[in-house]
Design a protein. Structure first.
Length: 268
């Protein structure tokens, strides 16, 4: 390692030491308390009133961390950290805060909350970043409410084709997905320049999907921290109960972070 590389490593480790695990856990516990059903786990289904409340809380957290917040018409929520005079594509990181019925409190949320912590710390070297960094909370990544065959928010953002029949899916109370999506209008940073020439909720939903896509050249890379959904890692000796998490692409073209994390196989 050269002297320059050593100095860079020391700078990055100084930033790592600023990670506030208590702040991370406090945020996870806060979202964990927002559940529509009592008992074990978290129930916060996509586009429900409680889900919209949770997304508003998250947007406020992003603002508090100094991020530029935006919301797509389907409800994907972004927080952006951008160096001055930078035209490069963004490194995107995050996950989702909707849940299945009685889901684990870490499922999805840990990826969002940890992304927020990383961007909060990287504010200190904002103008040294090679790429802008965005965190994202994808809308309706869980299919438990409507049974969609894919993570909706990420699929739409990436340009996936959504058939009308998906928007006609209904939840257990007979609410149609095309109708439920309209709840995104209540989000604080919902764009107010969305085309208003559509009269039916189905047409509005189709238009929201089109306006929520992003071009591939806008995004350099995507990184997601997520809990394991099964027991493969715990049972795999090759992992040695350790994950290597690389989180340095935004600073240079070299990935040099290796942060050990003991694996546990539960989202609870």
């Amino acid at each position: 390692m050269t002297a320059s590389e050593h100095n860079t490593w020391v700078q990055y480790m100084d930033l790592v030491n600023l990670i506030d695990k208590d702040r991370i856990m406090s945020a996870i516990e806060r979202f964990g308390s927002l559940s529509d059903l009592p008992g074990n786990g978290v129930t916060r289904l996509a586009y429900s009133p409680l889900y919209i409340e949770a997304k508003k809380i998250l947007a406020d957290m992003m603002v508090g961390a100094g991020l530029e917040v935006s919301v797509s018409p389907i409800g994907n929520t972004f927080g952006r950290l951008e160096p001055d005079h930078c035209q490069n594509p963004a490194v995107l990181t995050g996950s989702h805060i909707d849940s299945v019925v009685n889901g684990g409190r870490f499922d999805g949320v840990v990826g969002v909350v940890c992304a927020l912590e990383v961007l909060r710390i990287l504010q200190r070297i904002r103008d040294a970043l090679t790429y802008p960094i965005e965190m994202v909370d994808f809308a309706m990544e869980e299919s438990s409410r409507f049974g969609a065959p894919y993570g909706f928010g990420s699929y739409v953002m990436a340009g996936g084709i959504v058939d009308k029949k998906i928007l006609l899916l209904q939840d257990s109370e007979g609410v149609m997905l095309a109708d439920a999506i309209q709840a995104a209008n209540e989000l604080t940073y919902f764009p107010r320049n969305v085309d208003g020439n559509h009269t039916t909720n189905l047409d509005k939903a189709l238009n929201a999907i089109e306006e929520s896509r992003r071009q591939s050249q806008e995004i350099k890379a995507y990184v997601e921290l997520h809990v394991e959904q099964g027991q493969e890692l715990e049972e795999s000796s090759s992992w040695n109960r350790t994950l290597l998490m690389l989180y340095q692409a935004a600073v240079s073209s070299r990935s040099i972070y290796a942060a050990p994390a003991k694996n546990q196989s539960s989202a609870w």
